[in-house]
Write a protein that binds this ligand. Structure first.
Ligand code: HEC
Length: 148
């Protein structure tokens, strides 16, 4: 049920961005700049859906986490830091690591079942929400980390 809603969201996102592109008959050069910011927008809205399903139960709707239990995702060194390290947290999970001087007793499970696209989208979303501002994460970057 959740999964089919997610699929619907993704499909409508793809259809929307496809129709947005067909409405712009400009040169391909121009279209590529436009579509890259449109691509980030699409990634952000898909990322929100991934976050709601897979991350929100622990990290909460506002990314604030739960004191002593689940780490917050607001301006932490990991969220704003190195992208390969951040991608690795999603793929490998994390447990018992001090985060900006605080300890959390819950464990973050590895999320290898997410696709590279879902990981890129959710990390782009997290890095640009909850007061965070950092560059988008691409599928190619996730792919490079997963292959190691
Ligand atoms: C079962 C609860 C749980 C789920 C689900 C979960 N996390 Fe976590 N996450 C944690 C905990 C607990 C930590 C801290 C682990 C530690 O202290 O070693 C953490 C740490 C992190 C960190 C690094 C530290 C920080 O706070 O910046 C990031 C980034 C992160 N999680 C992102 C995510 C994302 C994105 C998702 C969804 C794809 C997710 N987590 C799903 C519990 C969870």
């Amino acid at each position: 049920m959740k999964r089919s809603l997610l699929t619907l969201l993704i499909v409508s996102g793809v259809l929307l961005s496809a129709s947005a592109q067909t409405k712009k008959p400009q040169t391909t050069q121009k279209a590529s700049t436009t579509s890259s910011s449109a691509a980030v927008k699409a990634s952000l809205s898909r990322g929100q859906a991934v976050y709601t399903t897979y991350c929100l139960p622990c990290h909460q709707a506002d990314g604030g986490g739960v004191p002593g239990l689940n780490a917050p995702l607001i301006k932490t060194s990991q969220v704003l830091g190195s992208k390969p390290a951040l991608i690795n947290i999603i793929l490998k999970g994390m447990q018992g690591v001090e985060i900006d001087g605080e300890m959390y007793s819950n464990a973050m499970p590895p999320m290898t079942h997410l696709t590279n696209q879902q990981i890129a989208d959710v990390l782009t979303y997290v890095r640009n929400n909850f007061g965070n501002k950092a560059s988008a994460v691409t599928v190619a970057e996730v792919n490079a980390v997963r292959k190691k």
